[in-house]
Every structure is written in C-alpha cells, then in structure tokens.
Design a protein around this ligand. Structure first.
Ligand SMILES: [Zn+2]
Length: 1007
C-alpha cells in the first residue's frame, strides 16, 4: 500500500542530491529548466509538427494519391478561422455537457508524418442503400490490398490515411451520389434536432452515399436491433482493417513509448496511453497515474472552448497504486506549523510558487498573491532564483507528496482514531441455504489473519442480521463471544461499546470461535426477510461511539422488505424502457437513503456492498449509499458456492487489502482564468467546491470538469492542484497533494494534438451516466453523437488542411474516439433494451461513475486475445485483436475480458489436440456447460493460458469469473455483446456504421 511506504522516507531536511527515492538524474542538475521556469515557452513543439490525420473518403471522391493522402500539411500556425457562432450554436445540451473547453498543446509528435498508402474500402456491410444501387463488385472478404478498383462506383466511405493494419490499400475512386444533394433538415445548425424516431438517432449509413435525406423520415435508428425493414441491394463490405483500430493504436504507443521513463518535467506534455507499460519519474507534475487530462493544452479563451466543445477535464485517482519501481510519495512534516499555504487562495506550497525578494517572499502561482516566507522555511536563492534546498523539499520539486496534517485539519481539533472494519452478514434463509454464510465466515478467518501489515492495526467488528440485528462482543477476555440482539430497527443503536470493535490479533481466539458458530447458529432459520438501512445505521452509530471512521462490508442477498426504515418495494418496470420515464429506473428512492448517505459521509463511514440477488433488488436505491461514500458494489447473480464462490472471495480479498484513505475531503484549486465546475465520482458534495468521500481507495477516480472564467495566459499556462485531506489506515491525518500544469493556446490545433482519447471517453461516460438520471436516454445519446460530430467538425474546419468535403478527417490523437463513443452508447445503462435487467443497468451505471481511465478504456474496448496459436516458448503475452466477430476463427480459442466479465470462447472446429491440452477432454463435445476454471494440466499450452488468465485477474481491480462458451451454444450470446465493433446485440450500431453516421453529421455541420 503506497501511502505506507513513505513513512520511513528519509527526513527531507537531511536529504541531498541523489538521496533515497529519487531516481537517477533527479539529484543532479536538471538538464532542462524545471518548474521555476514555467513562464518559458512550452518545450515541446518548437517547430510545427506534422499533422497526422486520418482520412475517410466518401463516394464520388477519388482518394488522394498515396503520398498526399497520408502526409498532411503541418498544422496551421496562424489562428484558425473562427467558426462563426451563428453556424455553431450550442444546440441542445445537458447542463453539464455544455461546451467544454480544452485544448492541448504539447504532445510530442516526433517522428515522421504517418506515411502509408491510402486505404480504401468497399461499402459498408449491412446497410441499405438509399442511393442509386451500387455497381461495384462485391468486396466482401477481400482485403483491399493491392487490388485496384478503379472505376468501380461504390457507395460507402473510403478511408485513407495511415494504414491501420500494415497492409497497403490502394485507394479507389468511389462513385456514388454526390454529397451535395438535398440539404439535410436542420442544416446549418450544429445540433440538428433529434431524429424523431429511434432511440439511437442513427442514420443508416447506406444513405451515406445517397442524398442526405436527413435523419428524420423512417429512420429506424440503428440502436434497437437491425433495421430489418429496409430494402436495398445486397450489402458490400468495407474492409474493416481500413478504419482506425484501437488495438493498433495501443500497440503503436507501446512500441513508441513502452518501457521508457516518462519524466513529468515538461508542462503540457501528453503522457503515454494508460495501456502502455512505462515508468514515471516525478519531476514537478503529478504522475498520469494520479491525474490525467482530456487535453494538455487548454484553449486560451472561453470562446475557443465553446467553439471546439472538447471537454476540459481531469480524471483524478488520488490513491492510485504505483508500480514497485516507482517512488512512493514522500511525507513532509512541518510539525506544529503544518503545511505552508497561500494566504489568499490557500493553495499548498508546490513547485508553482515563485520565490522572490531574496527568498523572503513568494508569489502564488494560483492567485498571484505575494506571501511572506515563514522564518523556519526561509532559504536563499541561487543565481537562477531557485531555492538552494530545491531538491531537498518535495513540496518544491515534486508533483505529488504528502503533508502531515495538524490538529487544525482534524475533526473537533482531535487526532483521529484508526479506522475500523465491520463485517455485516445477512443470515436470512437464502444465504444460509446457499452456503454463503459459511463461506464468508471461513474466509474471514484467513483473511483477517493474513491482513497486510499496514492494516493489521485496524479494529474489526461483526454483525449478523435478518429482520433484527445481532451484535457480538468479542472482547479478548471472553471465553465465548456474546450476542446481543436489537429487534427495534426503527431507532437503531449499538447495544455495546466495549468489546464490539476490537483488535483482531488480541481477540483472535474469540473471533475464531464466533466465525465457527455463526453458520450453525442460524442453520435452522426460516427467516427470509431482511432489513438494510438499519444495518448501515448501526455501523454509523458504532463508528460514532468509537470516534473513528471505517468501512462496512455488507453481504446481502435480497431486497429489504421487512418493516423498517428503508423498506423497499419492487418497482422494476420494463415498460418504462425507451420512454421519458426510463430515468426513474436509475433514480434511487429518496428520503431515508439520502439522509443516510449524508450521515455516513459525515462520520467517514464507507459502505461496500456484496449482493447475491436471485431477483430484482432495486440496486439503484441499495447502492446509493455506497456510491456516495466511496464504496464499491459487487453483484453475483444467482450465486452458487461451487461456481461463484471463488470469484466472490477473490473480490473480497482484493477489496479488504486495497490501499485506502478515510474521512476524505478533496479540493481542486486552479490558477486564475479557469476553475473546477463539475465533479463526477462516488462522492458527496455539500457545496460546490469540496468533494467529500467517506473513503477513497486506489481504484476510485473523480472526474473533474473545468470551465473558463477569463482568458488564460499562454505564457504561464494553467495550473491545478488537487489537495486531499484524509485519515490513513493507521489513524494519521494527512494531506495528499497532486499538482499538474497544462499549456494554454489560442490555436485549436494545439488542443487537438494534445487530446487524450482515453480520458475524453472517461469524461463522456461519467457525464452521460449522470445525465440519464434526469433525461431520456434518447436525448443523452443524441448529445453524445452531436458533440462527437461537433468536435471533429471543428477540427476539420480549423485545423485540417483543405480537402474534399467527402473526406472524414480525424485528429490523430482522437482517431479512435468514435469507436469508444459508439461502445459507450451500447453499454447496458445507455442502450435502452428491455432484454437487460434493470439492476444490471443500474449497477453498471454506478460502477462507471467511480472508474478511472484504465477501467473505462478496458470496459469500452474489451481485450480479445487469440490463445490457440500462442507461442509457449516466448515470455511475451499474446497480442489482442480487434473486438469483432470477424476476428474469430472456427478453429480458434479466444479470451475476452473487459475488467468485469471474462470469456474463453471456443470455435466449433477447435482441434481435439487443443481441447486435450486445455481441458484434458477428447473433444469439444465433452465440455461441460458450467465449467468456470481451467483444470491444472502440466503441458506448456495449459500453463501459458492459465498464467495469462491468472495474470489478468490479478491485475484488474475486480476479480472476474471465467465463462467458457462454445461457438453456437446459447451462452455465446453473452459473449457476443462484448464484441463492440459489431452491431450491438441489444441495439446500437456497428463501429463502421457509426463512423459513417458521424461523418455525415460532420458534413452537415460544415455545410
Ligand atoms: Zn494563492
């Protein structure tokens, strides 16, 4: 756990260059100016980089010759023409999705411009063509490489640009109806009114080549299933390799930046992708593991931000785990004085404070206030104006560090007690019968015994419940645990103080005894009703009495229907799906639940919920408290010990051992000109600036959106400081500070160059998941599509070199953005399908709200990895392929995982040798349906495959259950819904269709 490691760090006052944890080079004179020199020009991009773009050609367009199609002109250096506001009104927007701002400016675009043959593809598959019939040869199944297709009129987009798969694709002239056909309805408005029908709002891409009839008439909306009714000529396939590939982008970044040290000394530098394996060296800006931005060059004015509509946001994961080879955070202790802060804006001492006056005063980088340097902190400046102790003080030279907080930062001016964990087990009939209670009790014995040392000091308590609550006295002096029953759940109280929360090691014998007895005590129970709110209330009361914060682990299998506060009724109603009222399915019941969240946050009581439903549980309501207290919600549908036990136990172990801070409050400060306006996450807000979290663990991330107040200075850039006050698991009050500096530019091209697609999609995912609480899903999806089109149209208009209107030009940094966006709209919460359970949708919505960038990336683009042809003799892990059915082979074996679900898919023609090696069975037909783990066989392939799977389960925040599916078996449907490049199983367009739709929208915007 990272925050523990640095306790033993050498005292800063003694540190010298080359000290302890600083990595090579840090102690020595920096090769380039560090933070004191932020006023200087950004160091990247001294020369205008060569733009890298991707072209998508439309029908009737001859693609540019290979050379010109790929080598784009440099980005303009003069200000791009402004997009006239009249043409670009903001259009219908969610309040929180109002035109975001953000430019990026400093990605290093070293290397040659992307040169590669242009790619062209045949028309898209599966689309009715409303235009003239195509006369080209059917292209399906033919890679485009090397096949001239001259003269074949085709309708459908043609891509040119960088080769996505390495094979040359010669460009073909495509014939098709001119795009200058009848203007679309709503033309001239960036956000044409929503199409009246179809939740998706997707035009069939077949019309892409036809006249642009507009989305209105007969638009089936690609979302709800296939547009079966549309007539058209047989579809032709566009080579899927010709559109931008996420797996390729990931691989390219790994090749380019993988294995390298990423130093954070350059303002506005775009970090490697989250999927890339790199090492971070903190040299004045927070590691991208802690903070990632949607763009690293902010637009200098609000007008520019509005014009491009690229959201300006940071995704902050304050407790992110660091790899072993990176230095844990240093702790600064100024004793009773406490942290040094700006008198005006209260920002903490950091690399952005400029020392002046011979070191006697400093100017705040956030508000420009000039402050006196406290006497104890005084230090002379060297000839460069830098303090002589620059490298000895983390708060002067690092992006991230901690301060020991003083009493002023503690509740009631009292140092906190160490947090406590309370295990609260539903012992109603279902849980006893399924064997779950016994499973939990057995596991807790080993789990608590093997707690990592850093949390072994934590106190623990135990409660069981059904309609009433049972508290246990497990004081070490007792020979037997004592049970106390509270049956009046209306006014919850804790019947014992002494002996309820105890040190595990001291009370181990009594606790063992208790855990042994619990399953037997309730073995004969007939009670099937449970309470829920009183259970949480009991936890809050216990923490209150013990004057501590902590976490409740609640294990529950049914909706609380017993007569008690928070009693719930089944309000599931599939008829609401795709109606104005669908949002009510996601809205929690108010009243007592809302109040309970507030009480939990005030006490620092985090709630983790482990649910084992066999039917609807109203997760929207039950998970409301966890989702406001930094807690996690785990769900095991139709739980069976044999098939789901291990999955659940792995989750529980991971959860208990997570690094975590309690009773936290976070503030994000910014330099003048912009400020944090929206916060998305498992958090609670009492006012507009303080983010309160009962707890925050290493996997929870807050997404913070920024808006302009004023113009930003290109010279000084934009600074942000995230300060998180919290209590460690040992009960120490700390301040964790993360600083990040971004560039500012009046050039939109800088913004687009410095975009971070994975962060952008994290922002959109969270803002959409919040929006569906208040708006019809149809509106939310339309806004997502419109904003996608708008961002890309703005790039095209202002940043791309002139080209034919029929070309889709994507900024290099955003070229796979449409795949993610399309996948987002097909996620359970957003897709609007009656086939999905309301609880599953609500659960995923809440999960998304707390996710960091790695998690949303993986969720929205699952890894599909062929395992039948792995080289067992190489160390390297097998490489994933694109997430589409096209990549599957009948004789193959593929693993698919998205961080929450995992499938091993077996083609129907899997060779018997493969089945023998993996399953020890003679053929696929012998495979049992419900197998959920691979047998341990001692052969190279089995070892390789199992270690690959185990590695993934270990690496992800959640454990995953392995589902084994055979091609064409019924459960295969579950697997197929994760093939996100294909048409959605529950609705939603294929990637290709979506790209074409977006292209059409862009053209409309540009007309
Ligand atoms: Zn200040």
């Amino acid at each position: 756990m990272s925050q523990q490691g640095y306790v033993a760090a050498p005292p800063y006052s003694q540190a010298q260059p080359g000290m302890g944890g600083y990595q090579g080079g840090f102690g020595a004179s920096p090769a380039q100016p560090l933070y004191g020199h932020y006023g200087g020009p950004p160091q990247a991009f001294a020369a205008p980089p060569t733009g890298k773009k991707l072209l998508l050609l439309c029908p009737m367009q001859s693609p540019p010759p290979p050379t010109s199609s790929v080598i784009q002109q440099p980005f303009q250096t003069s200000p791009p023409p402004a997009m006239g506001q009249p043409q670009m009104p903001p259009g219908p927007q969610l309040p929180h999705m109002s035109p975001p701002q953000s430019p990026l400016a400093s990605m290093q675009m070293s290397g040659p411009p992307m040169s590669g043959p242009p790619m062209s593809g045949p028309p898209m598959s599966g689309h009715p063509m409303s235009g003239p019939p195509m006369s080209g040869p059917p292209m399906s199944g033919h890679p485009m490489s090397g096949h001239p297709m001259s003269g074949q009129p085709m309708s459908g987009p043609l891509m040119s640009g960088q080769p996505m798969s390495g094979q040359p694709m010669s460009g073909q002239p495509m014939a098709g109806p001119p795009m200058s056909g009848p203007p679309m309805a709503g033309m001239g408005r960036p956000f044409p009114g929503p199409p009246p029908s179809g939740p998706g709002g997707f035009q069939q891409p077949g019309q892409f080549g036809g006249h642009m009839a507009g989305p209105q008439p007969g638009m089936p909306g690609a979302f709800p299933g296939a547009p079966g009714g549309l007539a058209g000529p047989p579809q032709k396939k566009l080579d899927p390799d010709s559109i931008p590939s996420i797996t390729q982008v990931i691989e390219d970044d790994q090749v380019k930046r993988g294995g390298q040290v990423y130093s954070t000394n350059i303002r506005g530098q775009v970090p490697p992708l989250v999927t890339t394996d790199f090492t971070v060296q903190d040299q004045g800006n927070a590691s991208p593991r802690f903070m990632r931005c949607t763009t690293y060059s902010l637009p200098s004015t609000a007008d520019l931000a509005k014009q491009c509509q690229v959201p300006l946001a940071a995704i902050i994961k304050p407790f992110a785990n660091l790899p072993k080879n990176e230095t844990p955070l240093y702790v600064v202790n100024h004793g009773e004085t406490g942290p040094i802060r700006c008198n005006r804006c209260k920002a903490y001492m950091c690399p952005y404070m400029q020392f002046i006056d011979g070191g006697r005063r400093y100017q705040c980088g956030f508000c420009n206030c000039v402050n006196e340097v406290p006497v104890f902190f005084f230090q002379h400046l060297d000839h460069m104006g830098r303090r002589a102790d620059f490298y000895e003080r983390p708060e002067l030279s690092l992006g991230s560090y901690e301060f020991v907080a003083t009493l002023d930062y503690c509740k009631n001016n009292k140092l906190p007690n160490p947090p406590a964990y309370i295990f609260m087990i539903d012992v109603s009939y279902n849980n006893i019968k399924s064997g779950l209670v016994k499973l939990i009790c057995d596991e807790l014995k080993t789990l608590l015994e093997n707690l990592p040392r850093y949390i072994s000091a934590i106190n623990v308590g135990f409660v069981t419940y059904n309609k009433v609550l049972h508290f246990y006295n497990v004081k070490s002096a007792l020979a037997q645990p004592q049970m106390m029953v509270v049956s009046d759940t209306a006014e919850m109280f804790v019947p014992l103080l002494d002996g309820f929360l105890v040190n595990y090691q001291e009370s181990k014998a009594v606790i063992y005894n208790l855990l042994d007895q619990i399953p037997d005590m309730f073995a004969e129970t007939n009670e099937s009703e449970t309470v829920f709110v009183p259970v949480i209330q009991a936890g809050v009361e216990a923490f209150k009495a013990a004057e501590c914060s902590g976490k409740l682990f609640i294990f529950q299998s049914s909706m609380p229907t017993a007569e008690a506060p928070g009693k719930l009724k089944n309000r599931d109603d599939k008829k609401l799906v795709n109606t104005e009222k669908e949002k009510t399915l996601f809205q929690p019941q108010k009243g007592v639940y809302e109040q309970l969240s507030k009480e939990c946050v005030a006490q620092g009581c985090c709630v983790d919920l482990f649910l084992f439903p066999s039917q609807y549980m109203d997760i929207a309501t039950m998970a409301d408290v966890p989702s406001h207290t930094g807690g996690s919600v785990y769900k095991y549908n139709n739980f069976q010990v044999e098939t789901d036990g291990e999955h659940f136990l792995r989750d529980l172990r991971k959860d208990v051992q997570k690094s975590i801070g309690f009773d936290a409050i976070m503030r994000v400060r910014t330099s003048t000109g912009f400020r944090a306006t929206e916060f998305f996450g498992a958090v609670h807000m009492n006012n507009t600036t303080d983010v309160e979290m009962a707890a925050v663990d290493c996997d929870k991330a807050m997404t913070v959106e920024f808006k302009h107040d004023d113009a930003l200075s290109e010279e000084t850039g934009a600074l942000m400081q995230c300060a998180l006050l919290y209590t460690t698991v040992n009960g120490q009050r700390r301040l964790r500070v993360h600083n990040l500096s971004l560039n500012c530019s009046s050039q939109l091209s800088e913004l687009y160059k410095s975009c971070e697609t994975d962060s952008l999609i994290n922002f959109f995912a969270k803002s959409a998941c919040r929006a569906i609480l208040n708006q019809p899903l149809k509106n939310v999806r339309e806004i997502l599509v419109n904003q996608t089109a708008h961002m890309l149209a703005c790039y095209r208009k202002n940043c791309a070199s002139p080209s034919a209107a029929s070309q889709l030009i994507l900024p290099d940094a955003m070229k796979v953005f449409p795949v993610y966006m399309n996948s987002l709209m097909k996620t359970a919460p957003l897709v609007g399908s009656t086939e999905l359970s309301t609880d599953d949708r609500a659960h995923q919505r809440l999960l998304l709200m707390g996710m960091g960038v790695e998690d949303t990336q993986l969720l929205l683009y699952p890894r599909l990895t062929p395992l039948h042809n792995v080289d067992v003799n190489v160390e390297a892990q097998p490489a994933p392929v694109r997430c589409s059915e096209e990549r599957l082979t009948d004789s193959g074996m593929f693993l698919l995982e998205n961080g929450h679900s995992m499938f091993l898919w077996l083609g129907q023609a899997s060779p018997p040798e493969l089945i023998q090696s993996i399953f020890n069975l003679p053929s696929l037909a012998h495979l049992q349906g419900h197998m959920c783990a691979l047998p341990e066989l001692d052969n190279p392939l089995s070892n390789k495959v199992r270690s690959f799977i185990d590695g993934l389960i270990e690496k992800r925040p959640n454990s995953m259950k392995l589902n084994i599916v055979r091609q064409k078996d019924k459960p295969e449907m579950l697997f197929r819904q994760f093939l996100v490049e294909d048409k959605g199983l529950h609705g939603g367009a294929s990637y290709m269709d979506f790209l074409c739709y977006v292209h059409r929208e862009i053209r409309q915007l540009l007309t």
